[in-house]
Design a protein around this ligand. Structure first.
Ligand SMILES: CC(C)(COP(=O)(O)OP(=O)(O)OC[C@H]1O[C@@H](n2cnc3c(N)ncnc32)[C@H](O)[C@@H]1OP(=O)(O)O)[C@@H](O)C(=O)NCCC(=O)NCCS
Length: 321
């Protein structure tokens, strides 16, 4: 039976059972498609086709989702395609379906304008080999630092108040993010709508975000995702050292008696004083990869290109889509 490629709306309308079954069997769970549809209505920049499915008869065997993200390259701000939810039903793997869908995405995106396609995976994921074959290159590996918090920092910061975030803080978070990452390449200019969308979709629980404010003005924020024996502050955005230290004190207090793991991209270099009590930076499982769609980028080493002129590459938790 021939494979036909259909877009998300057609799959959702005519093959909904097959669509939900595919997501269930490929991921071992159900994605919250209602959240994706709400996010699209609220303006989240999905590709117009949102996702592509490989259909065979009445079955959907493979899928990929596509969004658009603002990224700063050495040539200036541009929009890139962001691929996620690459999946193939376990009984249909190794037939080239994921590869076929990704090539079709590349074709459509190249026609629409993006010069690059980005995705996140793990180096030991089966898909890593597939992405290499399609021309993807590693451009970023997040690092982590961690420590068991038996004695939290007790320093008090009289002018800085750290509190839970409120949904209406979304624009202030975007402003602080942009100020902190000024001059960087990569995800330096996050779409302000994406904060609100992440709250709406539940990707970042509002209760897991802390903001630091001075005289009522938001000056920094941190995510804190609690688990039973550890917690993770994967994104800490704080342009000044006092805001950073105030957030750190609160994160440590809330993590007392647990391991606390940090994403590294907010530290001002590996010898940042806040980091000295933690393990040296460790590479993590995830990797962000990029594939050139425009012929002008084909022969470039994209890792080096994204660090041209000694500029840092900005990429934090919410950017690892
Ligand atoms: C990874 C996944 C998407 C691959 O889908 P697929 O339709 O089988 O992919 P393709 O047939 O296009 O595979 C192309 C290449 O990927 C690599 N690959 C895919 N599955 C592999 C496996 N089980 N073992 C080793 N290599 C594998 C191979 O290089 C393969 O080429 P080859 O078959 O010529 O050797 C699928 O296994 C899956 O849904 N996994 C679970 C979800 C997931 O992890 N998604 C990736 C998220 S980043």
């Amino acid at each position: 039976m021939a494979i036909e490629i259909v877009d998300f709306d057609e799959a959702y309308q005519h093959y909904r059972n097959a669509l939900v079954s595919l997501h269930y069997s490929a991921w071992g769970g159900l994605d919250d498609l209602t959240a994706a549809l709400r996010a699209r209505r609220s303006g989240f920049p999905f590709a117009p086709y949102l996702g592509l499915y490989a259909r065979e008869d009445n079955a959907l065997l493979s899928a990929v989702f596509v969004s658009h993200y603002p990224v700063t390259t050495p040539d200036g701000p541009e929009t890139v395609a962001g691929i996620e939810l690459v999946m193939t039903r376990p009984d249909a793997t190794r037939r080239g379906l994921a590869g076929q869908l990704l090539r079709e995405v590349h074709r459509r995106e190249q026609t629409a304008g993006p010069r690059l396609s980005l995705l996140c995976t793990g180096r030991s994921n089966l898909a890593y080999e597939l992405y290499l074959k399609l021309g993807y290159q590693d451009i970023f590996t997040p690092r982590a630092a961690l420590r068991y918090i038996d004695r939290p920092t007790t320093t008090v910061f009289p002018t800085i108040r750290v509190r839970r975030v409120r949904t209406r803080d979304a624009l202030a978070l975007a402003r602080v993010h942009r100020r902190t990452n000024a001059g960087a390449l990569g995800f330096a200019r996050r779409d302000p709508r994406s904060f609100r969308t992440r709250f709406l979709s539940g990707a970042v629980a509002v209760r897991n975000l802390l903001v630091a404010e001075r005289h009522g003005r938001v000056e920094g924020y941190a995510t804190l995702e609690p688990h039973l024996s550890w917690s993770r502050a994967a994104e800490v955005i704080a342009p000044t050292s006092d805001v950073r230290a105030a957030l750190m004190a609160r994160l440590e207090r809330e993590s007392k008696g647990r391991w606390l793991a940090f994403g590294s991209e907010w530290f001002s270099g590996d010898d940042d004083p806040e980091l000295i009590r933690y393990t040296p930076l460790l590479p993590s499982y995830s990797v962000m990869m990029a594939c050139p769609l425009a012929p002008s980028l084909r022969r470039r080493n994209l890792y080096r290109w994204f660090r041209s002129g000694g500029k840092p590459f900005a990429c934090q938790l919410l950017d690892m889509f």
